[in-house]
Design a protein around this ligand. Structure first.
Ligand SMILES: Cc1ncc(C[n+]2csc(CCOP(=O)(O)OP(=O)(O)O)c2C)c(N)n1
Ligand SMILES: [Mg+2]
Length: 342
């Protein structure tokens, strides 16, 4: 039994969304996606060379979602994610250098070499979290704080995977968010896999579950095509205005694909080459590139140059990570305890 997609996608007219977005912002999104992709390809290579410790979960294939969301609502909100968190940190303005240094466990990394791949932060990113579903409750708390502090316009965005829907934290959070009417955008990135377990073995009534769970908690639900930047862009704008106009939470399900195994140590032998090949034909970067070229916004040479620009900046980040010192042993205890009112 596979995943039959029978729920309705949020309708958007690609040409109209693209026209509104314009050439410059569309190409800026493409560049961001290429930066994320190149970062992760190099991170993967570095891991295989034994340069990166711990786990490494790649976002390759899912880039359109977070790129579109941040393009649509900006960075002045609060964000929280699972362990698949490199792209989010990059999109929120952390430099490839600081993130690559973090993967290498070096002193000037994003969390001074202490967090590694799964725990990245930015000024507005409350972290990547390893406990499946754990971040949903924290994101809901952030939304509650925004309401409590009367921070108009700001929302809390919580990303999680399809596997997290089976966790109590998902249900407890949705229930409280609805009861308390908090400005939380729950973004379910449905790549149809939880490690090596397919969605239909994780969630009963999997196809309709997200919509029905949202309805059970009296929360609005939308489904987006997570491979299509424009559908995501328009959908997230709509989701944001829903929160703004009602003060209510929303659940946005993005149908997407994981092009790699669950983590770097998973060769994903449970998926056939044919299935993966078919998914990769809808690579979000490829779709956007083809659209931009058909619009006359980009030539093949310009695309190559854009990709090279991103690759070069990531290669520079790798070099910087190689050269960065290890954390000083004397700093072992710093950051362990909060001081006073920190
Ligand atoms: C509470 C908990 N249970 C189990 C695990 C082991 N685990 C790590 S990732 C994962 C799969 C999660 O899949 P999903 O939520 O769909 O996210 P994806 O990896 O597809 O982005 C599991 C079961 C964990 N980290 N935390
Ligand atoms: Mg998943």
């Amino acid at each position: 039994m596979g995943v039959e997609e029978t729920e309705t996608l949020f309708p958007s007219d690609t040409k109209q969304v693209a026209k509104k977005l314009g050439k410059e912002r569309t190409l800026a999104c493409l560049e961001k996606m290429l930066e994320c992709r190149n970062f992760e390809l190099r991170a993967e290579a570095a891991y295989q060379q034994g340069k990166v410790g711990g786990f490494l979960h790649l976002y390759i294939g899912q880039e359109a979602i977070q790129t579109a969301l941040i393009g649509a609502i900006g960075v002045d909100h609060w964000f929280i994610a699972s362990y698949r968190c490199h792209a989010l940190a990059l999109l929120l303005g952390e430099t490839p250098e600081s993130l690559m240094k973090e993967l290498y466990g070096k002193a000037d990394g994003n969390t001074f070499g202490r967090g590694g791949s799964m725990h990245m932060y930015s000024k507005r990113m409350l972290g990547g979290f390893a406990i499946v579903g754990g971040q949903i409750a924290i994101g809901t708390g952030a939304a509650f704080s925004l309401k409590y502090l009367n921070k108009k316009g700001e929302i809390a965005v919580t990303f999680f995977g399809d596997g997290a829907m089976a966790q109590g934290s998902f249900h407890e959070s949705m229930n409280l968010a609805s009861l308390l009417s908090v400005p939380c955008m729950y973004v379910l990135e449905n790549n149809k896999w939880s490690m090596g377990t397919p969605l239909y073995r994780t969630i009963a009534n999997h196809e309709h579950f997200p919509r029905m769970a949202a309805a059970a908690y009296d929360i609005k639900y939308m489904r987006l095509d997570g491979m299509d930047l424009f559908n995501c862009y328009a959908g997230f704008q709509e989701a944001y205005s829903h929160i703004q106009s009602t003060g209510r939470p929303i659940l946005v399900e993005c149908m997407t694909e994981r092009f790699r195994g669950h983590s770097i140590s998973d060769p994903a032998l449970y998926r056939s080459k044919e299935e993966l090949k078919a998914c990769m034909e809808r690579d979000p970067i490829l779709l956007l590139k083809n659209f931009a070229m058909a619009q006359g916004w980009l030539t093949a040479e310009e695309y190559k140059a854009l990709d090279k620009k991103c690759r070069d900046s990531i290669l520079a980040a790798v070099k910087a990570a190689e050269e960065d010192p290890w954390p000083d042993v004397a700093s072992l205890e710093s950051g362990v305890y909060a001081k006073g009112d920190e």
